[in-house]
Design a protein around this ligand. Structure first.
Ligand SMILES: *Cc1c(COP(=O)(O)O)cnc(C)c1O
Length: 471
């Protein structure tokens, strides 16, 4: 019998004993409720921080169903909000147009692909066959043989970046990370997490990496290998870095292929660029080390996820030192969402390469429409050639920004035209924007800001540049 000594007395250990009073003091709860009530009065503001408290079931109240009714009503209201918020969404690059009804039958299972996609664990409730099918599809897209790649389905684009930079670091432990200033913050987070030396490279007005600046910085650090993040679509301006020019710059600076590692952050447009004419092709036939993409953006998966593909040779290098765990430990996470691969498998099967091509075409067409309409209404706007991200003057009204869920940075805002963004939706948005804007800048007394530094003078329609761009 096990005995434990507590404050001098000897107690018999009871293996099924639980804490008698598990409920912490009550004070916080009342306050949380109060706060929620106060916040409700401030319309529109801080709605996202409102709390739906978890309340203890009343003792002996199990059969009255009050609690069930309460929860059902909360969920029903939440569903309504989701429908409304989905309708007015333009700022984030999420494709909200999908129907996964057939997969509802799977929500009763705890599907977990823990560990490596290619090595089964002892946990049998997994979806590895779907995962590998999806990975093969992307490997084909990025032109790498099945026996030469390794990859996995991640939790999001960020995890792909964390992995890509890590593989680069493992290949070149003393390498310097180069990333343009417009790179996603997850790249700089990776640099901090891995304590890597990180050099920020300047960008052109379009948001593309400035290879002249890249060259200067490479030459200043010629003694160390280079790990480069190349953006296949930057977050804010949707700019696509010129992969070919990046490789050429490396070669011109004397970096041979065994002295650099390129990770392509295709979170945003990784699945769009293959279908855009004139876009620099992302392919493993070029000297790149890894590519990642988000699954909940253009692909339209209802839960965050992503795909990361790298060369098998790199993974062998990465995981050689952890062979003692009798499996390959090459993923960032341990347990991994096993539902996501099924959603991806389902939608890739339905759409295929052809389906994505059509959707991409629609996005580009609608993005051009939006840009033209903004310009016609006298609103400064920019659309990069290889992009469906329309950058424009930041609306003055925060309420309007929240209503349309626009992403903003400084003086600019953007709309990312995804497959679910129809002409009708854009027309609704434009109509409302033009109406509201006339109240923000009434009678020419207050002028809209100049955003030439952000989007280029040819795209700026402020009082100064309007006349210049017409000359
Ligand atoms: C969205 C995005 C990411 C991060 O992806 P998450 O899925 O949100 O983690 C990384 N890079 C770029 C360029 C992105 O647009």
């Amino acid at each position: 019998m096990v005995e434990s000594v507590e404050s001098g007395a000897v107690e018999v250990f009871d293996p099924i004993a639980v804490v008698a009073e598990p409920l912490p003091a009550n004070g916080e709860m009342g306050r949380a409720k109060e706060k929620a009530n106060v916040r409700e009065i401030v319309l529109g503001r801080n709605v996202h921080t409102m709390c739906l408290p978890i309340t203890e079931p009343d003792a002996n109240d199990e059969c009255t169903g009050d609690k069930e009714a309460y929860m059902a009503s909360v969920l029903a209201r939440y569903r309504k909000t989701l429908i409304e918020r989905t309708k007015h969404h333009l700022g984030y690059p999420y494709n909200l147009d999908f129907d996964y009804g057939d997969l509802a039958q799977l929500q009763h299972f705890s599907i977990n692909n823990l560990g490596d996609p290619f090595i089964e664990s002892n946990y049998g409730v997994h979806s590895r066959p779907f995962e590998v099918g999806v990975l093969d599809w992307f490997a084909r897209l990025w032109e790498i043989e099945k026996n030469e790649y390794w990859g996995y389905i991640t939790n999001c684009g960020t995890e792909g970046n964390l992995h890509g930079v890590l593989v680069g670091r493992e290949v070149f432990p003393d390498g310097i990370l180069y990333a343009s200033r417009d790179s996603h913050y997850s790249i700089f987070k990776a640099a901090r997490m891995y304590r890597m030396e990180c050099v920020k490279v300047g960008t052109l007005v379009s948001g593309e990496i400035d290879c002249a600046d890249f060259k200067v910085k490479l030459l200043a650090n010629k003694d160390k290998p280079a790990i480069i993040n190349v953006n296949i679509g930057t977050t804010v301006k949707g700019a696509v870095d010129d992969l070919d020019l990046v490789i050429q710059t490396l070669e011109e600076c004397g970096f041979t292929h065994d002295r650099f590692y390129i990770h392509c952050d295709g979170a945003l447009f990784g699945l769009m660029m293959p279908f855009v004419k004139r876009a620099p092709k992302v392919t493993f036939k070029k000297p790149i080390g890894s590519v990642s993409v988000s699954g909940h953006k253009l692909v339209g998966c209802p839960m965050p996820c992503g795909v990361q593909i790298t060369r098998l040779e790199h993974i062998n290098a990465l995981s050689r030192n952890v062979e003692y765990i009798a499996s390959r430990d090459a993923t960032i996470m341990g347990s991994r969402n096993g539902h996501a691969p099924i959603f991806l498998w389902y939608t890739l099967n339905r759409k295929g390469y052809k389906g994505f091509q059509k959707e991409v075409q629609k996005c580009l067409r609608n993005a051009h429409y939006l840009k033209a309409c903004l310009f016609a209404a006298g609103i400064s706007a920019m659309l990069n050639e290889l992009s469906s991200t329309v950058v424009f003057e930041r609306p003055l009204d925060e309420e309007f920004i929240r209503r349309w869920q626009l992403a903003c940075q400084g003086n600019i805002a953007h709309v990312v035209v995804m497959p679910n963004v129809t002409i009708e939706k854009l027309d609704d948005f434009l109509k409302e924007l033009v109406e509201k804007r006339s109240t923000w800048y009434p009678g020419g007394k207050v002028q809209p800001p100049c955003i030439a530094t952000e989007i280029g003078s040819e795209n700026c329609l402020c009082t100064l540049h309007k006349s210049v761009s017409r000359e």
